[in-house]
Design a protein around this ligand. Structure first.
Ligand code: 9MR
Length: 299
């Protein structure tokens, strides 16, 4: 109710990507998703482990089910993700162990082209590259099969730029995002992301925004001032911000229940973050990681 027209409010959602009965068939899940949200993002259905189960086959059916649900309920779809360091199909790591960079480049290009082409016109924004920087004080690029093990034959953030170029070629209308966590307040990881996206903007790499995952704790979350500062630094480059995966982890008792006071704190944290998003013109979407805490990744 607080959001102005046009800011989509989303949730991570699931279909039957791991052979389970699709939650979309559960009326209470489906009703909550369609009535409380105007956007969804597949929590897993568009990742490599689901979409390329063997080297020569693609599987877009669970993603298609989520897209169909969204379209039937006038919701937008965010795509997640095309290039990450983990959650691979079982064949991929062994393949990478003996592949050449040229072979890895072909593999990644074909995957991005196939997936973005398949969902063109249905997915309005993609997390093209996910979580490429580590959490050290150096905020170095993480080791990955796309970067350096063996990599696709590019140095530094070149593999990330290449992924954006391939995604843009496959759907020039889709908004393209770099997505990460622990970049919601100033620090070395945000600096590394900012310097990368500044370089991309300067060099014409097709990037439209940065996803702030916003996995926070009731006991530790970015201040409104710090969050606004990071959004403004990206606005100065002409980039959007989506809050992509917000949740607020709480202490629970032995039965798994949170106290009333902590639930109140949790509500206030959501309000704080939403208020900043509504105040910053370049914050253009707000999403939580799960339709409810019943299907959260948080234990
Ligand atoms: O919610 C996702 C969970 O179901 C998966 O088991 C997990 C494994 O990689 O990924 C979770 O989603 C992650 C997202 O794709 C990227 N940011 C962190 C999310 C929570 O781990």
């Amino acid at each position: 109710a607080a959001a102005p027209q046009g800011i989509p409010i989303g949730a991570a959602a699931s279909a039957d990507e791991y052979g389970e009965t699709s939650p979309l068939l559960n009326p209470s899940y489906a009703n909550l998703l369609s009535s409380q949200y105007s956007m969804l993002e597949p929590g897993n259905a568009m990742k490599w482990d689901v979409t390329q189960p063997t080297q020569t086959t693609y599987n877009f059916e669970p993603g298609d089910e989520l897209v169909a649900f969204a379209q039937a309920n006038q919701m937008r779809v965010r795509g997640h993700n095309l290039c990450w360091y983990t959650q691979f199909p079982s064949w991929l790591q062994p393949y990478a162990a003996t592949a050449t960079p040229a072979q890895m480049a072909t593999l990644l290009q074909n995957h991005i082209n196939a997936e973005v082409t398949h969902f063109a016109g249905q997915v309005f924004a993609w997390d093209v590259v996910n979580e490429a920087f580590d959490d050290s004080s150096a905020a170095a690029l993480r080791d990955s099969i796309w970067y350096n093990q063996p990599g696709i034959g590019q140095t530094g953030t070149g593999y990330i730029a290449q992924a954006f170029q391939w995604a843009h070629a496959a759907d020039p209308s889709a908004l393209l995002f770099y997505n990460d966590y622990n970049i919601e307040e100033p620090g070395p990881k945000f600096d590394a992301v900012l310097s990368m996206v500044q370089d991309f903007v300067n060099n014409g790499v097709p990037i439209n925004g940065v996803g702030f995952e916003m996995h926070v704790l009731s006991t530790y979350y970015p201040s409104a001032t710090q969050l606004a500062q990071n959004m403004q630094a990206l606005a100065a480059l002409g980039l959007q911000v989506h809050i992509t995966e917000m949740d607020v982890r709480l202490p629970v008792d032995a039965s798994g229940n949170a106290s009333a006071a902590d639930l109140q704190t949790q509500a206030q944290v959501y309000q704080t973050i939403m208020t900043v998003c509504l105040q910053q013109p370049n914050c253009t979407a707000f999403q939580v990681w799960g339709v409810s805490y019943n299907d959260s990744w948080i234990p």
